[in-house]
Design a protein around this ligand. Structure first.
Ligand SMILES: [Zn+2]
Length: 655
């Protein structure tokens, strides 16, 4: 038995602890997202919550944790008789590994047994295990997209359901969702971000004394986990009792009108989307009052609730840091306006004079130094300095760039060819894992010759496992198109960048129509930047592209290395989606190591080099780069779909 670190022994992390405790009191708040760098013990704190949660009463023998007082009518282990004596078990904290299979998360339905034995055999997954407990996802920002979809469905409906070939199973799945992430490794999809009730940012303490205490406690725990935990048993018991008491108090806590007005005023002031923020804030404020043993929500509760519920919900520029805290001043102002008994119509005499103050900002006030493009991306000031970004040339229809090999089971889309669950029929095969798509004619054909040998007498077919055939289909998949764009001086020369931006914009629009994910890496000066981590939002990519500053030296190898890292992270997050790397460059490099060496490391990735070299003398460096990448090179001028040369080449390739 692994002994967990005691919650009450955690030093600091006050917001994180409070957010977890409030959710323990009121799971309706909707969970916690914990953001912070590595080594801040976020996972330790989250895991330590489990020991504090009240036990759950369950129907004995039910694998889906039915509540004896209100069993799930659709429970696969049901129907349960009423009046059974309940069992209690500790609340669970179930960890969802980011690389888990769909079957492991949603549960698996044994289609083979359903067909050959006529039983609906369902093996519960992690969503079932987490029902009435905590579902914890470490590195939630790296969670595969198809698991994110499963999670969003379950979190929205409180129900998980699995369907295979018309056989379906559903069961209740309500859990407290807790995620931890290191924002340096990529952001969360907005839909998932919005699912988390509260969000907290954790940092290691900067106070040496506090750091020393953290180390001291950790060493003591590691030396003797059981003894250490024993020393905190009293503190743990107190917290558990306080949670239980707060849960009992919760229904009696009232939310006065002025506190509710404060909540809605703050949400309006921060321009949050929809109504979820208001609801979460109200629930968190009520839970806080219950936690502190009060029967009424105070302005202080509202303030704390805002700090925990709003940071990840502010409407913001897509490139803002979602980890940024709340603007405290704005919070205070909104609160005081809503909470102070405002003396409207009391004494409105001297207040509405026409010129209210001498310090009104006139036009041009604020003292901006002028002339600087305000939206130049940070950290790209090198090279030729503050050159105004070229706007992209007009977009056009591009030819189809796609991985040449046929993929396997990629997400549906319109780019690369893939075998999978949809598309045109491409034969049948014996399943190499669990059967997912029955090919009935092929299965019958496989079983038919053996009927006599198997001693069939009646009218029913004798079906055996080895008869089962799976339909094989070939369709189009959606890919990750990662652009790696050279923004250096050689490219920027003589309005070349306008054409390049126009080309990338055209490819982006093409990616949008084909439902691809896109990402954008740029390089210039000394470094490469992920201008846009992989996203499905092409608007973001094109906005970023338009604002891309150019000039400076050409660190081509750095650009490729950065692309390699983005692809590696994305392979973890979304392994079914095949990448297509599109390098847009003239192939020159004037900074850093030889790009050909780096390019060879990317040789397994389908890639295209869009050769931007022009002028009478050509070095053919892009072609050399394409060869190292194991991909193809096309000239910028060949990118347009109606370009004759492109058409001829396509025909040759298909033939
Ligand atoms: Zn049940």
């Amino acid at each position: 038995m692994i002994v967990g670190y005691p919650f009450s022994a955690v030093v600091g992390h006050d917001d994180l602890k409070l957010a977890l405790l409030l959710n323990a009191v009121s799971p309706a708040i909707g969970g916690v997202l914990v953001r912070g760098e590595k080594g801040t013990a976020k996972s330790t704190v989250v895991r330590s919550l489990a020991a504090l949660l009240p036990e759950v009463a369950v129907v004995a023998g039910c694998r889906f944790s039915c509540d004896p007082a209100a069993p799930d009518p659709s429970c696969p282990d049901g129907p349960h008789e009423s009046g059974l004596s309940p069992q209690t078990r500790p609340a669970r904290l179930v960890e969802l590994p980011v690389g888990a299979s769909e079957d492991r998360v949603a549960g698996s339905l044994d289609l083979e047994r359903a067909l050959t034995e006529g039983v609906k055999a369902f093996e519960p997954g992690l969503l079932a295990a987490a029902h009435r407990g905590v579902l914890y996802v470490d590195e939630v920002n790296l969670l595969h997209d198809h698991l994110v979809d499963l999670l969003l469905d379950a979190a929205a409906m409180g129900v998980a359901h699995v369907e295979r070939e018309g056989v379906s199973v559903r069961h209740a799945a309500r859990f407290l969702l807790v995620g931890t992430m290191n924002p340096e490794e990529g952001e969360l999809r907005p839909q998932l971000l919005d699912r988390f009730g509260l969000a907290v940012e954790v940092r290691a303490s900067r106070d040496p004394a506090e750091r020393a205490e953290v180390v001291r406690r950790r060493l003591a725990f590691d030396a003797d986990p059981a003894g250490y935990t024993g020393a905190y048993a009293g503190g743990e018991r107190d917290l558990a009792q306080r949670i239980a008491a707060a849960r009992e108090r919760l229904p009696a806590v009232t939310l006065p009108d002025d506190a509710l007005r404060g909540i809605t005023a703050v949400c309006a002031a921060f321009d949050v989307e929809g109504m979820r923020a208001d609801l979460v804030m109200a629930r968190a404020a009520v839970a806080l009052a219950a936690w502190e043993g009060r029967d009424e929500v105070t302005p202080g509760d509202v303030r704390t609730a805002a700090r925990l519920a709003l940071p990840h919900r502010r409407r913001r520029d897509p490139f803002d840091d979602p980890g940024q805290g709340l603007d405290e001043e704005r919070l205070e102002q909104a609160l005081s306006e809503a909470l102070s008994p405002d003396d409207d119509s009391g004494d409105d005499g001297p207040d509405d004079g026409p010129n209210d103050g001498p310090d009104d900002d006139g036009p041009g006030g604020g003292g901006a130094s002028g002339g600087e493009p305000a939206d130049a991306p940070p950290g790209e000031g090198g090279g030729t300095g503050g050159r105004r970004p070229e706007s992209p040339g007009a977009p056009y229809r591009t030819r189809l760039l796609a991985p040449e090999a046929v993929g396997r089971g990629g997400p549906a889309g319109r780019r690369g060819r893939t075998t999978g669950e949809s598309g045109r029929a491409a034969g049948a095969r014996t399943p190499d894992g669990r059967l997912r798509r029955l090919d009935l004619p092929a299965t019958l054909a496989a079983a038919a010759p053996h009927q006599r040998g198997r001693g069939r007498t009646g009218s029913g077919l004798v079906l055996r496992r080895e008869d089962l055939r799976e339909a094989l289909r070939e369709g189009r998949e959606s890919n990750l198109v990662l652009f790696c764009v050279d923004a250096s001086g050689s490219m920027a020369a003589r309005t070349r960048m306008r054409a390049v931006k126009g080309a990338v914009l055209s490819l982006l629009l093409d990616a949008y129509q084909r439902r691809d994910k896109v990402g954008l890496v740029t390089f210039r000066g000394e470094e490469a930047t992920v201008a846009l981590p992989p996203t499905s939002s092409v608007e973001l990519a094109s906005g970023r592209l338009a604002r891309l500053a150019t000039g400076g030296r050409t660190p081509l190898a750095a650009g490729l290395r950065r692309a390699e890292r983005v692809l590696a992270a994305e392979r973890l997050r979304d392994p079914r989606r095949r990448p297509l790397l599109v390098v847009v460059t003239d192939g020159r490099h004037t900074s850093g190591p030889d790009p050909v060496v780096t390019a060879r490391r990317l040789a397994g990735v389908a890639s295209v080099v869009v050769d931007c070299e022009h002028g009478p003398v050509r070095l053919g460096l892009a072609g050399r780069l394409a060869a190292a990448l194991g991909g193809t090179a096309i000239r910028l001028e060949e990118l347009a779909a109606d370009h004759l040369a492109a058409v001829v080449r396509d025909v040759r390739k298909v033939a």
